[in-house]
Design a protein. Structure first.
Length: 81
């Protein structure tokens, strides 16, 4: 019974479609906002006018998605213009 649900063709087809959509998403938008600064790399202090760059992303505001790292490891990349 459980194996029938696990190997149901609709489940497998849905998983393959979702994985393909995520791969396309990672190719088009390889970066996601930094977890610490949420995409705003300059953080102001509570009592000063000065700002510091985010420690986690080093002021870039983003990080590479896990799926994009996997695609790069597999050698799949967008062609350069």
């Amino acid at each position: 019974m459980v194996l029938d649900l696990l190997f149901d063709y609709r489940t497998m087809l849905g998983t393959v479609i979702l994985a393909g959509l995520y791969a396309v998403h990672c190719l088009i938008w390889p970066f996601k906002p930094c977890r610490t600064c949420r995409g705003a790399p300059k953080n102001r202090g509570p009592f000063s006018q000065a700002y510091k760059l985010c420690r986690r992303c080093k002021g870039r505001g983003g990080r590479i998605r896990t799926g994009r790292k996997l695609l790069a490891r597999l050698g799949i990349d967008l062609p350069a213009d």
